[in-house]
Design a protein around this ligand. Sequence first.
Ligand SMILES: C[C@@H](N)C(=O)N[C@H](C)C(=O)O
Ligand code: ZN
Length: 234
Amino acid sequence: MKPYQKIPILECGEPLAPIPLEHFAAQTPHAYEKLHAPYGKLSPYYLRETVLENLIQAQNQLQLTHPNWRILIFDAYRPVAVQQFMVDYTFAELVSDRQLNLDQLSQTQIEELWQQVYQFWAAPSLEPATPPPHSTGAAIDVTLVDENGNLVNMGSEIDEISPVSFPDYFANSNEFPETEYHAHRQLLFQVMRRANFQQHPNEWWHFSYRDQMWAWLSQQQQPNQRFTAQYGRI
Ligand SMILES: C[C@@H](N)C(=O)N[C@H](C)C(=O)O
Ligand SMILES: [Zn+2]
């Protein structure tokens, strides 16, 4: 169990709302639908109502300093079946990218690979007290596009299983273009933070509002206040 999963959830009952994609940027087809992840009739482009309001606020904030730039919605609502699919897919990709043969790996080596997967992906738990963040409709994976619709370079791809995904990976570099990657990550962080999101400590693209991770991070920043999560699995 990860420490944030100990945070109690007091479900507020707010419904999911469709993200108005015409106001944002999005890739079609969606990255995980392209892999045939099992969405059934559900769509990744949904968020809890207040989370969506905050996301609109974040984009307004962005456009104050960067007119016509947009937030690109990479992923939002993610049913647990999709979480399971993506965790299994990521493990298989790790094995194949590293040209490993699963049959020749020791139990310890296999466990090390799973640890790397779970450093970035939440476990696909169906237990109501420990929902994967995106299954609550309160977590979102985002990046930026510029006024020409081009992806802003953050120095790594979303979902990369590597330390380069850590938000501050380029923070101590004085070389171009690493300084620019860091500035872009900081811009994304600042507009999301001003709209009350918290950022996943290991992922520059993952933000959430009032889920367990948000409450856990907020608790660390304001130890004198008591935070709970208001969004559970939906
Ligand atoms: C890996 C990334 N797409 C992601 O969403 N990670 C978080 C922690 C999750 O799986 O909920
Ligand atoms: Zn995420």
